[in-house]
Design a protein around this ligand. Structure first.
Ligand SMILES: Cc1ncc(C[n+]2csc(CCOP(=O)(O)OP(=O)(O)O)c2C)c(N)n1
Ligand SMILES: [Mg+2]
Length: 933
């Protein structure tokens, strides 16, 4: 290789030059003549001279001196260049022109190396020199000015890229090449430009139509961020060619109607009719949802002919809460898809800037992205960053430079793009889509835009953002800007783009006219596809099923679960407390304990081909060490999962420890359940008390999805509960909250008291064709209480008993009936037996909701001399089930209104002292058995 000029002698190439020099020292003929000429005709004598680490002769050689001085100069320049390139890549985004309104960007003072990218950093002479462009060009040497130009266009134009933090150098290099070699732009052809213009036009015209036809209506217009629509279009088009077959889209209010119309293809007349409301208000008493929460799905056909099923998830107003739900849905779809599912099903989530920065749930969900049980092959995030959250400015809403700051926790690229440069937006979306498909990680796009009106269209934004709105009022739309640009480029004339706008506007107006003539508020589509054979609605309309399983089937399963895997060294305590106990059960020496009952429910279901997904904090072992679903070899650390070996071929079985999150994890599992009606999807709280971290998921999705959106879920919440003296945060699962939410058969709330009941309850959840969320108060102490075990015969027949009532030898002696749920039964029972009391009977209400009216009526009527019905509970009076039970029991036995026995009202669920707890418990049991004064 010959030398182009002495500027080739740079620090970057020092290894290469040194090699040439060493070869020349050994044999001058072995290097190119130009090198030989440079190094000198004669070999140097004596010690080599070392300059900048480059050994060049012994210092007596004139050529070598010349070379070394030149190398030194060149390498000093190159190191400045290297620093500049590095700074562009690391910090160039801070200089990018991201704000369509052109407001000055406050660059933080502490970001000092930003100066490195300045042209002023180099002399005119240096700007003309050839330098090593690192990997920014394919050529080995380019003029410095050309390199700086490229870096400036790539990193400081209308796109800012945060990717220097990527630890994976393959990904970083791929991205660098992709953006630097193109100056971070795509040269769209006319056809592509026309498509972008059309999408932009549709976005603008749709909003304009609603604005004029429904003046006072909230629509959360996308205006100011219309580029979102061509971006979504680009994602689907490119995604289709890169193997995407299904997209689950999650988005909040902003631009949702626009996306429904212009991306999901929901007929505009339906949208307009929904805005106008139903003709008969009585059709929607207490149900339905606002128009900008409704989901929809469609089959998208790409230009190239691929089909993509796109679903927009239903969501409530609570910002960001749909995010984990989307991930869960996607994961369920991917699991069903099988091999390649992560590639084929794409989660695409659109956020608001204030919500992305402010809601901690975002971090919870980002944290799922590389965890085996939760990952979805990368989520595409677009933050519609209109630089305001309702009336709150960014500096009041976050501490990070960008609203996307939290995403830096992942090793993923983050793009910032100016929404007024629609081609840049589409270009970024294409790179993001390709990146996700190639590397299967999340990618974040921060779409910097503005909000044309107030938070909603009736809101006055100038009250709080007067200066910004002064700019917005005179700002041309993104479509106007693009139309002008295409006209200047002689691609699409202003006449043509104007005609396009007119045509699209006319189409929307015609749709509005159709909607006015014949309103089309449609019921949300009924169960279809996977959901065809399942039902919601009234619990009583769906028959009970037999959930018992023959002993011949159950025994071999328990045997498998009682085996120590081949060559496995189990912890001796597990051998004792689990394996040996199960052996004793198999030998009929002990009843089947809670662990056996629960595991047999799973085992039978997975052997019948139902999938199982059981997750929660420390769920593999179980918080109270009763489950041990995953075994750990004490010597090698390897694990075994015996339950998995019992599954029917092709059935997915997983029991997983989850991240330490309630809201995110509960949302994920709810989402999973929406796309897996044939799976037992269960989320377990560490203690039931912690489930209220996910209260939004319960209120907004689990309890209300059927009522609002006609969407069913069979999700199971396992909530450890029980007053055992462990304090205010380890006793209650806030049972009262679930009961307060119970209405219209939306939930099932159960509190089983023995292992067979747990077995039947879990099996019933899948075997009945109804799908309703099931909230189970699960035990702590009962896990090991011998009386809570059940004999084999209780597993082999029948089904879950909603009420378990005692049948005393002489029912006529019974004067008082104690009704209770859960653990307290065993305290009451033991005390009554000890007192040899025959005038008190106890009935356990194992299903609190749907309220078992029929069974309880039968229970009451079994005692002809009953004088009193008492509801006994462990919780304080204002908690637990008392208040709902009181009302419901009054409904079936008004002549004997129930009396309350339990702890008095309290602001906190339980005492912090074991001794006090025991004292309180004794009092309530005593009261339950005391003769009336
Ligand atoms: C969890 C939650 N808190 C508060 C609100 C009320 N709220 C609705 S929109 C909004 C501002 C959202 O700002 P941003 O995320 O930037 O979205 P934008 O409306 O600007 O598109 C607020 C506070 C809400 N919907 N959800
Ligand atoms: Mg905002």
């Amino acid at each position: 290789m010959s030398i182009p000029s002495d500027t080739y002698l740079t620090g970057q190439n020092i290894d290469f030059i040194e090699t040439q020099y060493q070869r020349w020292l050994e044999d001058p003929a072995s290097v190119d003549a130009s090198w030989a000429e440079l190094f000198g005709a004669e070999k140097p004598r004596g010690k080599p001279l070392v300059i900048d680490g480059l050994k060049l002769g012994n210092g007596h050689n004139g050529h070598a001196k010349q070379v070394s001085a030149s190398v030194s100069r060149a390498s000093a320049l190159q190191s400045k260049v290297d620093q500049a390139v590095f700074s562009f890549r690391l910090r160039g985004h801070l200089l990018a022109q991201l704000d369509p309104l052109g407001q000055p960007r406050p660059v933080p003072d502490h970001v000092a190396d930003i100066a490195m990218v300045s042209k002023a950093h180099f002399s005119d002479d240096e700007l003309g020199q050839l330098v090593d462009p690192q990997t920014a060009f394919d050529e080995p040497m380019v003029p410095l000015s050309k390199l700086l130009e490229r870096m400036r266009k790539t990193y400081c134009g209308t796109i800012g890229v945060e990717m220097a933090h990527l630890a994976d150098s393959e990904r970083r290099r791929w991205l660098q090449r992709k953006i630097e070699f193109t100056d971070n732009r795509t040269d769209f052809n006319v056809k592509e430009q026309e498509r972008i213009l059309l999408k932009l036009t549709q976005a603008e015209a749709f909003e304009a139509c609603i604005h004029t036809k429904f003046q006072a209506q909230k629509r959360f217009s996308i205006e100011g961020g219309e580029s979102l629509i061509p971006m979504l279009d680009a994602c689907l088009e490119l995604g289709g060619s890169l193997g995407v077959r299904e997209v689950v889209l999650g988005m909040a209010h902003r631009g949702r109607l626009n996306a429904l119309a212009n991306i999901l293809g929901k007929p505009e007349e339906e949208i307009f009719s929904e805005i106008a409301g139903p003709a008969n208000p009585q059709d929607y008493l207490g149900r339905g949802d606002v128009k900008y929460h409704l989901g929809y799905s469609c089959d998208w056909q790409t230009e190239a002919g691929q089909k993509i099923h796109v679903s927009l998830a239903f969501n409530p107003s609570h910002l960001q809460v749909v995010h984990p739900v989307v991930e869960g849905r996607v994961r369920a779809k991917q699991d069903r898809f099988g091999e390649g599912g992560e590639h084929a099903v794409l989660p695409l989530v659109i956020h608001g800037d204030a919500a992305f920065a402010g809601q901690g749930l975002v971090a919870e969900v980002l944290n799922f992205s590389s965890i085996a049980g939760y990952q979805t092959g990368g989520t595409l995030h677009v933050v519609v960053n209109n630089q305001v959250g309702y009336t709150t400015d960014p500096d009041q809403g976050r501490s990070s430079i960008y609203c996307t700051g939290v995403a830096q926790m992942l090793d993923i690229p983050i793009f910032h793009v100016n929404a007024d440069d629609v081609e840049a937006c589409v270009h970024v979306m294409q790179i993001a889509t390709e990146y996700r498909q190639r590397f299967q990680t999340d990618v974040v796009i921060d779409l910097v835009c503005y909000r044309k009106y107030g938070h909603n269209e009736g809101d006055e934004p100038a009250f709080t953002q007067p200066k910004m709105y002064e700019l917005i009022r005179s700002h041309p739309t993104a479509r106007t800007l693009y139309a002008k640009k295409l006209d200047e480029q002689k691609r699409v004339s202003l006449e043509q783009s104007g005609a396009m706008l007119e045509r699209v506007t006319k189409e929307f107006n015609e749709a509005h006219a159709r909607a006015s003539a014949q309103p089309q508020v449609k019921e949300v589509s009924a169960m279809a596809g996977l959901w065809k054979e399942y039902k919601g609605g009234n619990d009583a309309d769906v028959p009970e099923v037999v959930t018992g399983v023959s002993e011949e089937t159950l025994r071999p399963m328990l045997e498998r679960l009682a085996q120590i895997p081949e060559g496995f060294v189990l912890h001796p305590n597990i051998v004792k407390s689990l394996i040996n106990k199960r052996r004793a059960m198999l030998e009929n020496k002990e009843h089947l304990d809670w662990s056996a009952g629960e595991m047999l429910a799973y085992a039978t279901l997975v052997s019948e081909g139902y999938s199982l997904r059981l997750t929660g904090q420390d769920t593999e072992r179980g918080t109270f060490a009763h489950r041990h679903a995953v075994l750990h070899d004490q010597q090698t650390g390897r694990t075994a999962f015996p339950l998995g070996t019992l599954a029917k071929n092709g059935t997915r079985v997983c029991v997983l420890n989850s991240p330490l999150s309630e809201m995110g994890c509960m949302g994920f599992e709810f989402g999973y359940s929406l796309d897996a009606p044939d799976a037992l999807v269960a989320w377990e709280a560490q203690f039931g008390d912690f489930a209220n971290n996910g209260q939004v998921m319960v209120d907004q999705f689990i309890a209300a999805a059927e009522d609002k959106w006609n969407r069913l879920s069979g999700l199971v919440l396992l909530l450890p509960h029980g007053y055992e003296g462990q304090g205010p945060e380890h006793s209650s699962a806030r049972l009262e909250r679930y009961l307060q939410l119970a209405a219209e058969d939306n939930l099932q709330v159960c509190y089983p008291t023995n292992s067979a009941q747990m077995f039947h309850l879990l099996r019933r959840q899948l075997l009945r064709k109804i799908r309703k969320p099931l909230v189970v108060m699960t035990p702590k102490g009962l896990l090991r209480l011998p009386e809570a075990g059940s004999p084999w015969s209780d597993f082999t027949q029948g089904t879950f008993k909603k009420v378990i009532a005692e049948q005393p030898a002489d029912p006529a002696k019974v004067k008082r009936l104690l009704l209770c749920s859960g653990r307290v039964f065993y305290d009451l029972f033991a005390a009554r037996e000890a007192a040899k009391n025959d005038w008190v009977a106890i009935a356990r209400v194992e299903q609190l909701y749907p309220f078992p009216a029929k069974e309880l009526k039968a229970t009451l009527s079994a005692f002809p001399k009953l004088e009193e019905v008492c509801w006994v509970q462990e919780e304080p009076r204002n908690m637990g089930s008392w208040r709902t039970m009181n009302e419901w029991l009054n409904g079936i036995s008004s002549q004997l209104p129930p009396r309350y026995i339990g702890r008095p009202e309290s602001a906190s669920p339980a005492t912090g002292f074991l001794k006090t707890h025991q004292y309180e418990q004794k009092l309530l049991v005593a009261e339950a058995l005391a003769r009336k004064a």
